[in-house]
Design a protein around this ligand. Structure first.
Ligand code: WT7
Length: 675
C-alpha cells in the first residue's frame, strides 16, 4: 500500500500557486541559479527602511574560516511593521488575524489586524516603561492565548529578542534557559486550564525566577496576564464545579512580589496605542528558542530578522498554498518553532486569518479538533503525527460526526508520519481530496526544508518528498562522500536558505561543531535519509537512532514503522541494545490499541512481520509491553530513556522535558532481560 503514489486532482492543481512539477522545477532551478534574484523579488512585497548593500554572503566551510550567514546585510526594517502596519495600510485592518478558541469550547474571541496592531503598540510601550530596549531578551512563558502573540510582536517592534519557553517545562528547565539568555523581563499568566487540569503558571515562574536569582541573574520584572477569571470554567469556581473537583477560590490567588510583579491589564490601561517601530538591521536577532542537545545543555538557537521573514512568508504561502480568504489552523504551541513560524510569523506576513487554539485534541471529547475545523470552516490544517496516531486509536467515529468539507491542505510535522497515519489523515480526515504536506524541518532551519507542494507534488505516504526553493539537500556517507542517485546516508544541506539560524546564543563554537564540523561545507541535520528511484526523500530517523545488527545498518524508525503498521498496535518505539554476538540488537517497546491484550501471540506476530518486512537480521530481540511511552511535551518519544530501560540503568538523567514521569517505573517493571 505504501508503494502507491497519490497524484493531486487536476481540479485542485489548476487552482494552486504551483500547479505542476514542471513549474516547481523551473522555480526551484531559478532559486538555486540566482538566489539573489529569487529572494530579491520576494523581498519587494515588504517594507525596507533602507536597502541592503549586499544580498547574500556566507561561509559554509569551516576549513576556510568561521561559519557566517548574512542575508540582506545593510537593510533595515521591522518585522512587526511588515506583519501588522503593512497589512493595515493595504486595507486589511478589519480582517481577522486570529480566532481564539479556548480550552473550554465556551471561551472564544477574535482579533482583527487593526486591533492587534493597537494592542501590540500598547504592550510595546509597557515593555519600554520597564526598561526593555533593543537587544534585550524577554522571556515568555504563556499558554496559547492572544496575549502571547501580542507579547512576541511587541518585542519585535522595539527590537527586543523574545525567548519563549514552552509553558510545560519545569521551573528548573525554565530557569536554566532564562539564565543562559539573561532575560530582563518575564511575561506569563496566572494559570491555564489544559484539558481538565489547572496549571498555576505564575507559581512555576516564581520558582524559576528564584532559582535564577540564586544563580546570580535577576529577572527585573514579571508581567502577568490575568487569564483565569475571564474563563467560563472559572465562573464555577465559587459554586458548582465542572468535571474537575479541584476548582477553588484559592487557586485564583497567585504569589506576588511587590515592585517586581505587574498585572498586564493594569499596565495596558494607560499605555498609548501608537508606538513607532524601531528599525533594526537585517541580521539583528529576532528571537531565540531553546532546543535540546544530545549532550545536556539546551541550545539557544538564534534567528535574525530579514532572512527569517522572507523564509517564513514564502514557505507559508507555497506549502499551504495560502489564498486570501483562507482560514488556517496550526495546532502547534507557540513554545515550539512550529508555533513561531507557522502560527505567528508566516501567517501574519501573508495577512492570513488563523485559529489560535488553547486546548487539547481530547477535551472535552476526542472530536475537539474536528469540531473546531467545522466551527471556523478551516481550509488548511497543520498538526503532528503523534496527535493523529492518538486520535486514530478512537476509530473513525469521532471524525464521522463532522463534515470537514472545507479542508484542502493537511500538514504534518515533527517526525516521520507512518503510512497508516498518513492514509488515515488522507482518507478519513481529508476525504481523499486534500493534499498532505509532510514537512521536514528543524528548530534550527526556521522553516520547511523538504516538503510536497499542494496540488503539485505526487505524494508517497511517509515521504517528505522534495526540497523547498533555495534548499540543496545531499546524502553523505560516513566519510562525507556524496551519495548520488538512490541510496541512504546522512542528510545535510549544501548552502544557506534565508531562514537558517545564524548561531547558538553565546556559543558560536558549539554552533560550528554541532552542525558544520562533521562534513565541511555542509549543514549537518543529524538525521538520516534515503532517496528512492524517483528522487523522493524519506527521513529514516535521527542518525543516533541508527544501529548496526550483524553488519546491517538499520534505522530504528524503519522497525517502528513496521511494528506500528500492525492493526493491534497503537504505537511502537525501538532502541538499540548491545548484543554479545550481533553487536547490537533491537529492543522494542509496543503499546497495543485500546482493548487489545498484550500477548505472546502478538509479539510472535510482530517479530514475524519485521522479519518479513525488513529481513531476518532485523528480527526484534525483545518486544516489551509499554502501556505508554515516555514523551516530551511536544510529543517526541524520548528514546534516550528507553535505552536506559533496556539497559536496566536507573541513572536516566535529565527528565525535565518528560510529559509523564509515572510511565518510567512501569517500563522498568515490564523490562525483559536479553538472553
Ligand atoms: C527533528 C527536528 C520542525 C518543527 C518541529 C520539530 C524530526 C521533523 C519531520 C518530518 C521526519 C521530522 C527530525 C528533525 N522531524 N519533521 N516531516 N519527517 N522527521 O522541530 O524539535 O527541532 O525537531 O524532528 O528528526 O531533525 P525540532
Amino acid at each position: 500500500m505504501d508503494k502507491k503514489v497519490y497524484v493531486p486532482d487536476p481540479s485542485v492543481s489548476r487552482k494552486s500557486h504551483i500547479s505542476s512539477m514542471k513549474q516547481y522545477e523551473d522555480m526551484y532551478k531559478h532559486s538555486i541559479d540566482n538566489p539573489e534574484e529569487f529572494w530579491g523579488e520576494i523581498a519587494k512585497q515588504f517594507h525596507w527602511e533602507t536597502e541592503p548593500s549586499k544580498f547574500l554572503s556566507y561561509n559554509f566551510d569551516i576549513t576556510k574560516g568561521p561559519i557566517s550567514i548574512k542575508w540582506m546585510e545593510g537593510a533595515t526594517t521591522n518585522i512587526c511593521y511588515n506583519l501588522l502596519d503593512r497589512n493595515v495600510k493595504n486595507g486589511h485592518g478589519d480582517k481577522i488575524a486570529f480566532y481564539w478558541e479556548g480550552n473550554d469550547p465556551e471561551d472564544y474571541s477574535r482579533l482583527t489586524y487593526k486591533k492587534l496592531l493597537e494592542e501590540v503598540c500598547r504592550f510595546a510601550n509597557v515593555l519600554k516603561s520597564k526598561g526593555v530596549s533593543k537587544g534585550d531578551r524577554v522571556a515568555i512563558y504563556m499558554p496559547m492565548i492572544l496575549e502571547v502573540v501580542i507579547a512576541m510582536l511587541a518585542c519585535s517592534r522595539i527590537g527586543a529578542v523574545h525567548t519563549i519557553v514552552f509553558a510545560g517545562f519545569s521551573a528548573d528547565s525554565f530557569a536554566e534557559r532564562m539564565l543562559d539568555a539573561k532575560c530582563k523581563v518575564l511575561i506569563t499568566t496566572d494559570g491555564v486550564w489544559r484539558g481538565p487540569k489547572l496549571i498555576c503558571l505564575k507559581e512555576i515562574c516564581d520558582a524559576a525566577m528564584e532559582r535564577c536569582k540564586n544563580l546570580g541573574h535577576e529577572v527585573k520584572n514579571c508581567i502577568i496576564v490575568e487569564h483565569l477569571p475571564r474563563l467560563s470554567v472559572s465562573q464555577n469556581r465559587n459554586g458548582t464545579t465542572k468535571e474537575n473537583g479541584d476548582t477553588s477560590p484559592e487557586k485564583n490567588k497567585i504569589p506576588w512580589t511587590e515592585g517586581r510583579d505587574f498585572w498586564w491589564h493594569e499596565e495596558m490601561e494607560d499605555a498609548s496605542t501608537s508606538c513607532y517601530p524601531v528599525w533594526v538591521g537585517a541580521e539583528d536577532p529576532l528571537f531565540m528558542l531553546y532546543t535540546s542537545g544530545s549532550t545536556g545543555k539546551p541550545k539557544g538557537v538564534l534567528h535574525t530578522v530579514a532572512g527569517y521573514l522572507l523564509y517564513a512568508a514564502t514557505t507559508f504561502k507555497y506549502v499551504f498554498d495560502y489564498r486570501p480568504g483562507d482560514v488556517y489552523w496550526c495546532t502547534a504551541d507557540v513554545g515550539w518553532i512550529t508555533g513561531h513560524t507557522y502560527v505567528v510569523y508566516g501567517p501574519l506576513a501573508n495577512g492570513a486569518t488563523s485559529v489560535l487554539f488553547e486546548g487539547t485534541p481530547f477535551y472535552p471529547g476526542n472530536s475537539r479538533y474536528w469540531e473546531v475545523v467545522d466551527k471556523y470552516r478551516v481550509n488548511k490544517f497543520y498538526t503532528a503525527p503523534t496527535a493523529l496516531r492518538a486520535l486514530m486509536k478512537f476509530g473513525d467515529g469521532p471524525v464521522k460526526k463532522h463534515s470537514l468539507s472545507t479542508l484542502q491542505v493537511l500538514g504534518s510535522v515533527g517526525e516521520p508520519i507512518n503510512p497508516e497515519a498518513w492514509l488515515w489523515y488522507y482518507v478519513v480526515i481529508g476525504h481523499e481530496k486534500c493534499s498532505i504536506v509532510d514537512t521536514y524541518w528543524q528548530t534550527e532551519t526556521g522553516g520547511h526544508l523538504l516538503t510536497p507542494l499542494p496540488g503539485c507534488t505526487p505524494m508517497k505516504p511517509g515521504s517528505a518528498t522534495f526540497p523547498f526553493f533555495g534548499v540543496v539537500p545531499v546524502l553523505l556517507d560516513e566519510n562525507g562522500k556524496e551519495i548520488r542517485g538512490p541510496g541512504e546516508g546522512y542528510l545535510a544541506f549544501k548552502r544557506p536558505w534565508p531562514g537558517i539560524m545564524r548561531t547558538l546564543f553565546g556559543n558560536h563554537e558549539r554552533f560550528e561543531t554541532t552542525y558544520f564540523k562533521k562534513f565541511p561545507g555542509c549543514y549537518c541535520t543529524g538525521d538520516g535519509a534515503r532517496r528512492d528511484e524517483d528522487g523522493y526523500f524519506w527521513i529514516t530517523g535521527r542518525v543516533d537512532d541508527m544501529l548496526n545488527v550483524s553488519g546491517h545498518l538499520l534505522s530504528t524508525a524503519e522497525v517502528e514503522a513496521t511494528l506500528s503498521a500492525h492493526p493491534n498496535v497503537a504505537e511502537a518505539a525501538v532502541v538499540s541494545h548491545g548484543h554479545p554476538i550481533k553487536g547490537e540488537c533491537l529492543y522494542c517497546f509496543v503499546t497495543p490499541n485500546e482493548g487489545v491484550k498484550f500477548s505472546k501471540e502478538l509479539t510472535d506476530e510482530l517479530k514475524k512481520k519485521v522479519r518479513e518486512k525488513i529481513g531476518p537480521f532485523a528480527t526484534p530481540e525483545v518486544i516489551q509491553h509499554a502501556p505508554g511511552l515516555p514523551k516530551t511535551r511536544s510529543g517526541k518519544i524520548m528514546r534516550r530513556i528507553l535505552r536506559k530501560v533496556a539497559q536496566n540503568d536507573r541513572n536516566i538523567g535529565d527528565i525535565s522535558t518528560l510529559a509523564d514521569e509515572g510511565i518510567i517505573e512501569v517500563l522498568f517493571q515490564n523490562r525483559i532481560e536479553i538472553k
